[in-house]
Design a protein around this ligand. Structure first.
Ligand code: SF4
Ligand code: SF4
Length: 290
């Protein structure tokens, strides 16, 4: 039973939303509403949306750079005026803290109402980030509501949080699309500034409860040994119980440190095909190349 105080606390719960894409066909099967939450415990060198990594520190550095005067400081906090913003992203480019001032703090009902408007046109929703599991209590409440719309629910996660600790959340969603960025612990640490123990534990756990929708690995130029090591581990473990998406590294949007490490090149079609063949040579696997 929900006590009045708990109900008030839960109904007041808000989460920082970086972006909502009403119709996406790249965030899971079918046409989906993709919701990107702000902040992430990883700081991957090749992240395409590095402005989603940190919460805004209200340093004010972006305020005077905005050509549309959409930013201001009020009582020590940066305020974003969505109505006059021209989405030039100058603020994101000049932010020294991997953050964005363009965040909306939404409560469960506000987010639910946005999804509800789309329900006739989408197959489901995907929550992403940043790392959406930073908002696990909010997601649990939100999923409760979305389920009433008869929509599918997928979680796109880097696996930092131990999913075995969130049985209610998993019960409410259809599955998790899990990033396995690297199986080698040291390389994972270099790549993401975090350990991969929990990621690999999640891979096992989600398979065991049939909640693993997809595994994704970004393949990096000049790192063939690491790429192959990760592919081998994943293919043998999943044994075709879910899709495996192999994604070619692209430097677009990547911050300077990432470009310095991985360059501006991209793995060509032939190289990606070779990785696909390699994966298939290791066992029964359904591979998608991106
Ligand atoms: S994207 Fe940022 S800098 Fe550009 S108009 Fe909007 S708030 Fe201003
Ligand atoms: S978005 Fe970045 S630059 Fe702007 S106030 Fe926040 S931390 Fe400072």
């Amino acid at each position: 039973m929900i006590t009045p105080m708990r109900w008030i606390a839960e109904s007041m719960m808000k989460a920082p939303v970086n972006k909502i894409i009403p119709f996406s066909n790249v965030d899971g099967p079918g046409n989906r509403c993709a919701i990107f939450f702000q902040s992430c415990p990883f700081a991957c060198l090749y992240c395409h949306n590095p402005e989603t990594i940190q919460m805004c520190k209200n340093c004010g550095a972006c305020v005077n750079q905005c050509p549309a005067h959409a930013l201001s400081m009020e009582e020590g906090s940066v305020c974003w005026n969505q109505d006059v913003c021209v989405n030039c992203d100058t603020c994101i480019r000049c932010c020294p803290h991997l953050a964005s001032p363009k965040i909306q703090w939404l409560d469960v009902d506000e987010l639910y109402q946005r999804v509800k408007k789309l329900r006739l046109f989408i197959r489901g929703i995907t929550v992403s980030g940043g790392e959406c599991m930073n908002q696990a209590p909010f997601l649990t409440e939100f999923f409760h509501e979305v389920r009433k719309l008869n929509l599918g629910i997928l979680i796109d996660s880097n696996g930092f949080y131990d999913f075995s600790q969130y049985p209610q959340l998993l019960e409410l969603c259809d599955g998790v699309m899990l990033d396995v960025k690297a199986v080698d612990p040291q390389f994972h640490q270099t790549l993401c500034a975090q350990d991969n123990t929990t990621v690999l534990k999640n891979l096992d756990y989600l398979l065991s409860i049939n909640k693993l929708e997809e595994v994704r690995t970004v393949l990096l130029p000049h790192h063939e040994e690491q790429n192959r090591k990760t592919i081998e581990y994943v293919v043998k473990l999943i044994d075709n119980r879910c899709r495996y998406k192999l994604i070619a590294y692209r430097s677009f949007g990547v911050r300077e440190a990432g470009v310095k490490k991985f360059g501006t090149g991209i793995l060509n079609e032939n190289e990606m095909k070779e990785y696909e063949e390699y994966a298939k040579s290791l066992g029964n696997v359904t591979v998608t190349l991106v």
